[in-house]
Design a binder for this molecule. Structure first.
Ligand SMILES: Nc1ncnc2c1ncn2[C@@H]1O[C@H](COP(=O)(O)OP(=O)(O)OP(=O)(O)O)[C@@H](O)[C@H]1O
Length: 259
């Protein structure tokens, strides 16, 4: 059984003035432990689909199944990592990363210990009593990842979590997030504008076209790249090949005025 099933999803936004069809007839499955990227031109509906998967609103048509169940009954199994870290500025890093467990009334001594260990494992030892403002952007995103993983979500929804970071930090964090999610066996969906990031991190790439958002192509990333971490993958000859292939598809969108 697939972990996530997207079944014939269409979505139209209605405003008093007009109607915009953001997604049309989207169907695909995601296996447990798989890392999927949504890639495509601006306005092709990537964020709309991620929000529907998160259960933030219902699509106009179609359904989402998570572990074979309608998505609405499974809200708590999804965790998020967004462009902004959304750490509470007045709380210490330790308070921030334990907050989800506290809210869910799952904060045991063991879970606290495991969460602090994860903070240390991803290179943030000694920042427990600091405020988010005392940390760099990359450090805050790492703390945000720990906060997300603390409540043990089965599905991670990543909406451009690296796009506000400088290039070196972004590459390091891609590696760290990739390795952490793989080591916990998490299923992940990443929304990105970055062709290289999609190739380096994913098992499969769902390429969307716009107006309305449709699946243009689904690409399986070759095993030779999938067995590497993102930084190594960027240096493999197959990476350039796939990059050029995807770049050509983006050029087609431009000539079709879909970009
Ligand atoms: N709340 C809304 N009301 C009306 N139209 C919307 C709303 N949100 C998104 N849209 C429209 O739906 C389409 C898809 O938007 P969406 O943000 O999902 O695309 P995207 O691929 O994530 O874009 P980007 O890459 O620029 O972030 C666009 O035409 C957008 O203008």
């Amino acid at each position: 059984m697939s972990f996530l099933e997207i079944r014939e999803i269409s979505h139209t936004y209605f405003t008093p003035q007009d109607a915009t069809t953001a997604l049309e007839d989207i169907s695909f499955d995601v296996k447990e432990g798989e890392f999927i990227s949504f890639l495509g031109p601006s306005g092709c509906g990537k964020t709309t689909l991620l929000s529907i998967i998160a259960g933030l609103f219902k699509p106009t048509a179609g359904e989402i199944l998570i572990q074979g169940q309608p998505q609405k009954s499974k809200k708590q199994i999804t965790g998020y990592m967004l462009q902004q870290d959304y750490l509470f500025p007045w709380k210490t890093i330790e308070e921030n990363i334990l907050l989800g467990l506290k809210i869910l009334k799952q904060l045991t001594a063991k879970k606290q210990q495991q969460t602090i260990k994860l903070l240390h494992d991803i290179g943030l030892k000694g920042v427990e009593k600091q405020l988010p403002s005392q940390l760099s952007g990359g450090m805050r995103q790492r703390a945000a990842l720990v906060r997300t993983l603390a409540v043990d979500p089965k599905l991670l929804l990543l909406d451009e979590p690296f796009s506000a970071l400088d290039f070196q930090t972004k590459l390091k964090l891609e590696d760290l997030v990739f390795q952490t999610l793989k080591s916990f066996g998490k299923t992940a969906v990443l929304v990105t504008h970055d062709i290289g990031e999609a190739i380096a991190m994913s098992d499969r790439i769902i390429l969307f076209s716009a107006n309305p958002g449709r699946i243009h192509q689904i690409l399986n990333v070759p095993d030779e790249l999938r067995s590497l971490n993102p930084f190594e993958a960027r240096n493999h000859p197959l990476y350039s090949q796939l990059f050029q292939q995807l770049w050509k598809e983006f050029e087609k969108f431009e000539t079709q005025n879909e970009y």
